[in-house]
Design a protein around this ligand. Structure first.
Ligand SMILES: Cc1cc2nc3c(=O)[nH]c(=O)nc-3n(C[C@H](O)[C@H](O)[C@H](O)COP(=O)(O)O)c2cc1C
Length: 150
């Protein structure tokens, strides 16, 4: 499969998870394009809006900011007109130890934004970066994305 991994990351946590996803997909002989969203000042606008036309599957990774998915990922999804029934796997990373402090809400928003653009949302998971169990959470995300890539 030809897969786009689209990531927003400021301090590297989400990027690290996305790199694990990318490595696994490459091991399984998928073609992977890694796209990192860049913002202007104050996260209010994207420097560019990468196109995801032509990919068979899309993976999205973003941090939680202020109890919600980070705004640049929302801006990116808003720039997409239609996902044409393609699978879109998504994950978030958060600093707080409890999913209710942002992760759950962020995942809900991503699911809704993917579904309203006629994508097929696949929940890959939440990484709570400061917990001991975070490595298991990362592994689950990587496994889920690998499985949905087939
Ligand atoms: C502006 C800002 C707001 C944040 N708000 C939350 C939050 O509401 N809940 C939470 O669990 N973590 C919050 N965090 C922590 C980040 O979600 C966490 O560190 C994440 O892994 C950062 O990802 P990154 O390293 O890819 O940028 C916040 C971080 C920043 C910079």
């Amino acid at each position: 499969m030809n897969i786009a991994v689209v990531v927003y990351s400021e301090s590297g946590n989400t990027r690290r998870v996305a790199e694990r996803v990318r490595s696994r997909l490459l091991e399984k002989d998928h073609t992977v394009q890694y796209l990192e969203l860049q913002t202007g000042t104050g996260r209010r606008e994207l420097v560019d809006e990468p196109s995801v036309e032509g990919y068979d599957m899309i993976c999205l990774g973003a941090p939680v900011h202020h109890l919600a998915v980070a705004k640049p990922m929302k801006l990116f999804l808003r720039s997409i007109q239609a996902l044409h029934g393609r699978t879109v796997a998504y994950f978030v990373t958060q600093g707080q130890p409890v999913a209710a402090l942002g992760g759950t809400q962020a995942m809900r928003t991503l699911k809704r934004m993917i579904a309203t653009r006629a994508g097929v949302p696949v929940r890959a998971g939440i990484v709570r970066v400061n917990r001991k169990q975070s490595e298991h959470e990362v592994q689950r995300i990587v496994d889920t994305i690998e499985a949905s890539a087939g």
